[in-house]
Design a protein. Structure first.
Length: 444
């Protein structure tokens, strides 16, 4: 067996494999014998079928499998032994006939196209990257507190209908559709005149409402009357709405109850302490966002600075091959997404180079820590900032049980470790910004 390489250019090469029959024949014979021990063929005891019969039935398939396995093993060893930084995986060279295993096969010569990516070197100390710190303003704190009081608010019974009331009652029209128990909201009534009919009314009052004017959407009318959308389209005229209950959503009061609900029993004991703790939490949340923006800026800066050339034609072909069964992967999709895919690949190469140069290795402990951080971020999005450590560990554990989620957590941990190394070594351009302006910084 012989393997040789011909460089087409700096980014592309052709691998030629010359395999003699003696290289693969023993492997094929061994595979046939192993298969014969397991196969059941009518007329023979299990595993006792003649090799000739087994070969007649599956010999070609086993031959193809063993030859391909030998190809893969030989090429992979060649790549490893020669420390070649391949793009994707080698593909059968274009313009050659495939091996016809239906015919007598002897010595085989087969060629493979190989894409090569140059290994980048990164001098982090020479790179400048901006780091933006979000200043937590009083307005930010007030807005966060407003969000918390809304989240912990409750529905309360009120005496009269207001602009944002939920009204329970029955709705009926003589000889038409009716519903003995329904709910409407004044805040979503479209017609101001119809809304005005309800304002100030109390339990027991009857309001004549034109449902089509109040709610032009047939879906809403079908819900109110508990009928189909088709029937809702037929609704017309005024309905009698008899009010049985009026409630309004009230924000939670800023007292010890909400302090305890948000931060735990007696963690804060006054409004000033609550505001200070809220500001502290916002700063912590902003740090996560700040680091994310830094990682974004770092990646863009390094990718642009490194200017890594890639075998683009080969990559397009490789991506088309591996997405052969993906109906959503079209040539248009490939062309539209290819620039982004190139930068993704470049960043992967740069990240690997930084990790190797700085001895970055990820342990299970660090993967778990990343999963807990991801869980904490998810909970924080819903205002849940006081999650017990045990709950975070359990949630992180459930994420890591899923192979796809675990792979994402591992890659996230590696990315964080590389970014942390870079943050220590690059020249940080410290800048401040507001919460309102921060999101715009991702656009450039």
């Amino acid at each position: 067996m012989n393997i040789s390489r011909e460089n087409v250019d700096a980014l592309n090469a052709v691998i030629t494999l010359k395999v003699e029959k003696a290289d693969y024949e023993p492997k094929v014979e061994a595979a046939l014998k192993n298969y014969a021990k397991k196969v059941n063929i009518p007329g023979f005891r299990p595993g006792k079928a003649p090799i000739a019969m087994v070969k007649k039935q599956v010999g070609k398939a086993i031959l193809a499998e063993e030859v391909n396995k030998l190809f893969d093993e030989t090429i992979n060893n060649y790549i490893k032994d020669n420390n070649i930084n391949v793009v994707g995986q080698p593909l059968p060279a274009e313009g050659q006939d495939p091996i016809d295993f239906d015919k007598e096969v002897g010595d085989i010569t087969f060629k493979f196209d190989m894409g090569i990516a140059p290994k980048p070197s990164v001098e982090l100390e020479s790179v400048e990257v901006p780091y933006y710190t979000i200043e937590v303003s009083d307005e930010d704190v007030d807005l966060q507190i407003k969000t918390l009081t809304q989240r912990f608010g409750t529905n309360e019974t009120v005496d009269t209908v207001g602009e944002k009331s939920m009204i329970k009652g029955s709705v009926k029209q003589e000889g038409a559709f009716s519903n003995e128990s329904t709910v409407i909201s004044t805040s979503v009534i479209k017609d101001e005149a119809e809304k005005a009919k309800f304002i100030g009314k109390k339990v027991g009052d009857v309001v004549k409402v034109d449902l089509k004017k109040a709610y032009p959407n047939d879906t809403e009318i079908s819900y109110i009357l508990s009928i189909s959308k088709e029937d809702a389209a037929k609704v017309e005229g005024e309905y009698d709405f008899t009010i049985t209950e009026v409630t309004e959503f009230k924000d939670a009061e800023l007292n010890q109850d909400i302090f305890d609900q948000v931060y735990g029993k007696d963690a804060v004991k006054s409004l000033d302490e609550f505001k200070a703790k809220t500001k502290e939490d916002l700063a912590e949340q902003f740090t996560v966002q700040q680091d994310y923006l830094f990682a974004h800026k770092l990646r863009k800066t390094l990718v642009a600075k490194a200017n890594i050339e890639l075998p683009e034609a080969f990559m397009k072909r490789w991506l088309t091959v591996i997405n052969h069964d993906n109906k959503n992967f079209t040539s248009e999709v490939l062309e539209n997404e290819f620039p982004q895919l190139l930068d993704e690949y470049r960043w992967t190469e740069l990240r690997q180079a930084i990790a190797e140069a700085n001895g970055v290795k990820i342990s299970d402990k660090e993967v778990i820590a990343y999963a807990k951080k991801a869980a904490k971020t998810q909970f924080a999005q819903y205002g849940m900032t006081n999650i017990p450590e045990a709950a975070l560990e359990n949630y992180a554990g459930s994420l890591l049980k899923d192979n796809e989620q675990r792979e994402q957590m591992v890659m996230g941990a590696i990315n964080d470790a590389v970014v942390a190394v870079a943050k220590e070594k690059v020249k940080l351009q410290q800048k401040t910004t507001t919460r309102a302006e921060f999101g715009k910084l991702f656009e450039d």
